[in-house]
Design a protein around this ligand. Structure first.
Ligand code: ATP
Ligand code: MG
Length: 165
């Protein structure tokens, strides 16, 4: 058995405790709150290890692309894939203005960017995308984040952390 002789003080909110308690009640063996937190931390670390990279896909307004690209390059992102796409969200394109004209079709032109990043960079990158792409009006777009299993730089055969940037 692992020796549990290191005491740490953890200050948490009632909300945090509720979330942990809800989770631990769902476990077959009803762990103590401390045991639940230990398990969840190890879980999180395992997850980071198995998915050290993420693929971020963002759908944004075309005229926001350059600002967004510069913001991402400024935080150390070394590659971006850009695609012109069409899509619709909750308003189905109807109330959207594009180049001064109100669109009557469902699909509105957007730009899609795909960026592979290391897990440590994800939150920063998402924040930068939000900041650069936000106008506060409907149609600003969405950001999707997914686990990324493998990256290969074709020229050198380098993989993952070595290949991503
Ligand atoms: N659930 C979705 N799945 C895939 N793509 C989506 C989804 N929702 C939005 N998109 C893409 O994002 C673009 C912009 O969506 P939009 O910002 O209008 O979303 P929304 O949910 O309607 O939010 P808002 O109310 O701010 O307009 C769409 O044109 C589409 O390409
Ligand atoms: Mg919309």
């Amino acid at each position: 058995m692992e020796k549990l002789d290191q005491r740490i003080q953890l200050v948490a909110s009632a909300e945090f405790n509720n979330v942990v308690d809800r989770w631990r009640r769902d476990q077959a063996d009803l762990p103590s709150r401390s045991e639940a937190i230990r398990r969840l931390v190890l879980h999180g670390l395992e997850y980071e290890k198995s998915y050290p990279m993420r693929m971020i896909t963002a759908i944004i307004r075309p005229h926001k692309y350059e600002e967004l690209r510069d913001a991402l390059v400024a935080i150390g992102i070394e590659g971006i894939t850009v695609t012109q796409v069409q899509g619709f969200g909750r308003q189905r394109g109807h109330s959207e203005i594009y180049r001064g004209a109100e669109y009557q079709v469902m699909e509105v032109p957007k730009v899609r960017i795909d960026v592979a990043v290391s897990a440590e960079l994800v939150e920063k990158a998402v924040r930068e995308i939000e900041k650069a792409a936000n106008t506060g009006k409907t149609g600003d777009g969405k950001i999707f984040v997914q686990p990324l299993e493998q990256v290969v730089r074709i020229r050198t055969g380098e993989t993952n952390e070595m290949a991503i940037g």
